[in-house]
Design a protein around this ligand. Structure first.
Ligand SMILES: Cc1cc2nc3c(=O)[nH]c(=O)nc-3n(C[C@H](O)[C@H](O)[C@H](O)COP(=O)(O)OP(=O)(O)OC[C@H]3O[C@@H](n4cnc5c(N)ncnc54)[C@H](O)[C@@H]3O)c2cc1C
Length: 655
């Protein structure tokens, strides 16, 4: 049911970032005479978080948040090192409840409607629709801070900062409220890089948190035991007043793909959390300023590339060699000025400062991490680059009607290791088969879907060929567009058709020969086919540049150069080493399986396919055109259920 009313602003989520933005919009008078709505399932009546940041007392952020700052410290301690002053900086503390309450005053003052509900979907368009159960709200501007989907975080295999904290009252006045301990590593490091963060609010009350940087999330029972032991060892007996738990994703990856200028993302969604530290308050504050400076327009806080690189290097180390995390942080604070480190974390240091800091750290570890970083950044272009190189290798690019001996070995290996296995998991990837077992009924369903295609080949080969090209184009395009994160059915089909039509027109003699073999009339207008294929490839090359997709551009280059290869070889290279590899990794990532497990699960289907393949190749060696045509028919029949299965897989898992 849609409300007729169109809101000027709909805030989806009443998180910390929304509160900061609401305060800023109120100061700038941007909420006056506007119809606004806030939707969040949480009433925000609890003090569920603490927000800390460092600043000078002359900074705007201090002046604007002075009303809700509840504590401040001027000295930082690291482990058992001597505490050091950070003057003129202070470390400020805000209770989340004070932030929420201050934003609620803004809500009341500006007559903003508040709904305790959960947004299920936002449909991008000129007037955006916000779906809440069966209700639909319309808005000109949507301001979105909803929590990131956990499924996405798991899929991306990112590192988390997870923590569990005790707000305590000590029996003895053992806290020193002038200093706080940012990182105390005197706790076990088995599960990842772990430390205790202590914020003393007075001599006997404070927050003590066990924090972990790792790809696994802190578990409650064991962490509580560690915390209890730590507090008793360092501060004596205590009463537990409250517990705080938290999870912050540590990643430089983009958390969303929304392109609409009417949807403004905030907070964690907008990448405002510093990946290597989990601090976000100041970034959210700066983001709110830049949004309001443009009269509530989309704007992003850009992080300098070098700081993004530093963050990524540290995250690689924490991920691959977590046992070194403690040493890195201890060395950092032992040998560098604390104010310089805070400036570095604020992303305000120059290259000289950076070198000064890095020279004190384990250089070899950062160089190793840099090598991995280089591999991760270039891995997407390795396969298309190899395909291009193959077009230039004479022994592999020799042009024959089918395949030469080298190519037969190469293609057969590729087909057995990647091409066939990538399609052998259809029964496991959930296609009409929730049992995830290779059952008789699944095999029958698969065969049943092959039958209409077979009948069509017998009755009308020309129509079958058109149909085969269309559904295969969709499938190739769908896999690639998912890979490039592009959600466009038009581009999906356009790119798939480009692959087929360009390869056919670029190898017109062989194409005509194959048409003869499969009994399709070959009265093709070569000029028209060549013109269409040239336009298609030129167009998609242009789009690949426009969309800044290097792998796509390299694949276009491969197609241009493929005239030096045979048709079957060109198609095989693309199918095995690009398409099948991506499909295989998509299934792997989604089902969270190792390569070995996937191969094992693919065994039954593989054996069947390999058996048929071996029988077939032994027949092809006799080189009878009839058998080649039957192979083609078989290929198109078995592709059909696979394509339906993968379409189901992609629509279900990559909405
Ligand atoms: C415990 C904790 C302590 C932190 N301490 C600090 C700190 O000291 N300093 C610092 O700089 N940063 C800190 N951070 C990091 C960061 O500042 C916070 O995570 C901050 O809350 C991020 O703001 P946000 O608006 O992106 O998300 P959140 O504040 O988490 O808000 C997300 C909102 O979306 C709502 N929501 C979720 N699903 C839906 C839905 N379907 N429909 C509508 N609403 C939905 C949620 O209810 C929630 O209100 C801390 C983070 C945590 C978790």
């Amino acid at each position: 049911m849609a409300e007729k009313k169109i809101y000027d602003y709909i805030f989806t989520g009443f998180g910390a970032s929304t509160c900061i933005l609401l305060r800023e919009m109120d100061i700038k008078g941007l909420l006056k005479n506007k119809k606004s709505l806030i939707i969040d399932p949480n009433t925000k009546n609890e003090n569920d978080k603490t927000f800390c940041f460092w600043a000078r007392k002359t900074d705007d952020i201090y002046n604007e948040y002075q009303d809700i700052i509840s504590n401040e410290w001027s000295k930082i301690q690291i482990s058992d090192y001597q505490a050091k002053s950070i003057a003129p900086l202070f470390y400020f503390h805000i209770k989340s409840i004070d932030l929420y309450d201050s934003a609620k005053k803004v809500i009341k003052k500006n007559n903003i409607i508040s709904k305790i509900d959960s947004v299920s979907k936002i449909n991008e368009s000129k007037i955006t629709e916000v779906i809440v159960g069966s209700k639909k709200y319309l808005g000109y501007k949507i301001i979105d801070c909803r929590t990131i989907n956990m499924k996405y975080l798991i899929e991306e295999k990112i590192i988390y900062q997870s923590f569990i904290g005790f707000k305590v009252k000590l029996k003895a006045k053992n806290f020193d409220s002038n200093k706080f301990n940012l990182m105390d590593f005197r706790v076990e490091q088995k599960e990842g890089t772990q430390f205790v963060y202590t914020l003393p609010y007075s001599n006997d009350t404070g927050l003590v948190e066990l924090t972990r940087f790792a790809d696994n999330i802190i578990e409650r029972k064991n962490s509580e035991l560690i915390l209890d032991k730590y507090i008793k060892n360092h501060f004596g007996e205590y009463d537990l007043l409250k517990k705080e738990i938290g999870l912050i994703p540590m990643s430089t990856k983009k958390f969303s793909n929304i392109n609409s200028k009417n949807i403004i993302e905030l907070g964690t969604r907008a990448g405002n959390i510093k990946p290597s530290t989990g601090y976000g308050f100041k970034k959210m504050y700066n983001h709110s300023k830049s949004i309001c400076n443009n009269a509530v327009e989309k704007s992003s806080i850009t992080t300098k590339k070098k700081f993004q690189l530093y963050d990524e290097l540290l995250l690689i180390i924490l991920n691959k060699w977590p046992k070194y995390g403690k040493d890195i942080f201890l060395k950092l604070f032992k040998h560098s000025d604390y104010k310089l480190i805070l400036k570095f974390l604020d992303e305000k240091t120059n290259l000289r400062d950076d070198i000064k800091i890095f020279s004190k750290l384990q250089i070899s570890l950062f160089l190793k991490s840099l090598l991995i970083w280089c591999f991760l950044k270039t891995k997407k272009i390795i396969i298309p680059s190899l395909l291009i190189i193959l077009t230039l290798l004479p022994s592999y690019s020799e042009k024959v009607v089918l395949l030469n001996n080298n190519q037969i070995v190469f293609m057969s290996l590729g087909l057995l290791l990647i091409g066939i296995p990538h399609g052998a998991l259809d029964y496991y990837s959930g296609f009409f088969n929730s049992s995830k077992k290779l059952t008789i009924s699944f095999i029958l369903l698969y065969l049943l879907l092959m039958i209409p295609i077979f009948i069509l080949w017998v009755l009308n080969p020309s129509l079958s060929l058109v149909f085969f090209i269309l559904f295969s184009s969709w499938h190739f395009g769908q896999t690639d567009m998912r890979y490039w994160n592009i959600k466009s059915p038009v581009l999906t089909l356009l790119w798939g058709l480009t692959i087929f039509i360009y390869i056919f027109s670029n190898h017109i003699d062989e194409f005509e020969e194959i048409l003869k073999l499969i009994d399709v009339s070959d009265n093709i207008n070569i000029t028209i086919l060549t013109s269409i294929s040239t336009i298609l490839l030129a167009g998609t090359t242009f789009i690949s540049i426009y969309k800044r997709k290097l792998t796509w551009f390299l694949l276009c280059l491969f197609l241009y150069l493929s005239y030096s290869l045979s048709l079957v070889y060109t198609f095989g290279l693309y199918f095995i080493f690009h398409h099948s590899v991506i499909g295989w990794y998509d299934i792997k990532k989604n089902l969270n399986l190792s390569h070995l497990k996937m191969y094992l699960k693919a065994v039954p289907f593989n054996l069947g396919a390999i058996f048929i393949y071996l029988i077939f190749t032994s027949i092809i060696n006799k080189n009878t055109s009839e058998h080649i045509s039957w192979f083609f028919v078989f290929l198109s029949c078995i592709s059909f259920p696979h394509i339906i299965s993968m379409n189901f897989f992609y629509t279900k898992n990559y909405k």
